[in-house]
Design a protein. Structure first.
Length: 235
């Protein structure tokens, strides 16, 4: 769109969930559908932004919303390591980075080059050894250029909103981001669902907005907060 309030703003968005290989046919993944991050990309483009979308294992039916949008370039990635390489390569050219992807905290230490076969193991169940993945968002904050706005997501299980926001505030400060979008997740909440509630925290830990509705509605609210943060960063 022309004449949007984000005209010409370059936004890097990650979405979806990473997959960590166990062997050539198996992986450790998570339940992120990518819907919220794809909605952020679509909302930003609708307001004039140029978007690079790092898409981690997102179903084509979800990507269809942005596939033909000339303002959105989709870059597929699979593992956390691939996402890290792509994010660090693209971030110097971005005014805003939104890390909406669910990144695996761990990967398998020794990926088996052969399929692990039950019949070869004589009843002995394998043990997976995991190693920690680097925190991409923390690396992006470390390398941020002046005026760049960095946005994280936190999907948390919590007893109530107070606990949810407390966890969010601790994460915000740990990561050093400008904005953190916090949402509750559970068996039937957050992941895969079409509707969402986002609590958007500012850099001081204040709630700058709470938005409920479709993931596009909550994405629009996040883009509003990002537009304000861009203005603040320029002052
Ligand atoms: O620590 P947690 O995974 O809950 O943090 C969530 C935020 O950090 C998200 O924005 C996610 O994309 C980002 N993240 C990351 N690299 C990781 C883990 C999470 O960038 N290894």
């Amino acid at each position: 769109a022309d004449g949007g309030d984000l005209d010409g703003t370059r936004i890097l968005v990650s979405a979806g969930g990473t997959r960590e290989l166990i062997d050539p046919v198996r992986f450790i993944g998570n339940r992120s559908s990518g819907k919220q991050g794809v909605a952020v990309a679509a909302a930003a483009a609708a307001r004039g932004a140029k978007v690079v979308l790092l898409a981690a294992n997102i179903d084509d039916s979800v990507l269809a919303e942005v596939a033909t949008n000339p303002a959105i370039r989709v870059v597929p990635v699979t593992s956390a390591a691939e996402l890290e390489t792509a994010a660090l390569a693209a971030s110097p050219g971005a005014d805003v980075v939104v890390m909406a992807a669910a990144v695996s905290d761990y990967r398998v230490a020794n990926v088996s080059t052969e399929k692990i076969r039950k019949e070869d193991r004589g009843g002995d169940a394998p043990t997976l050894t995991l190693v920690e993945n680097p925190d991409i968002l923390v690396a992006l904050v470390r390398e941020r250029r002046p005026g760049q706005v960095l946005v994280g997501f936190a999907a948390e299980t919590a007893e109530d909103t107070d606990e949810l926001l407390d966890r969010g505030r601790r994460k915000l400060h740990r990561k050093g981001v400008d904005l953190l979008a916090v949402n509750a997740v559970g068996w039937s909440q957050g992941f895969e669902a079409s509707d969402n509630t986002l609590h958007i925290l500012g850099s001081a830990g204040d709630v700058v907005a709470t938005a409920s509705g479709s993931k596009r509605d909550t994405a629009d609210a996040l883009i509003d907060a990002i537009a304000d943060a861009i203005d603040d960063a320029r002052e």
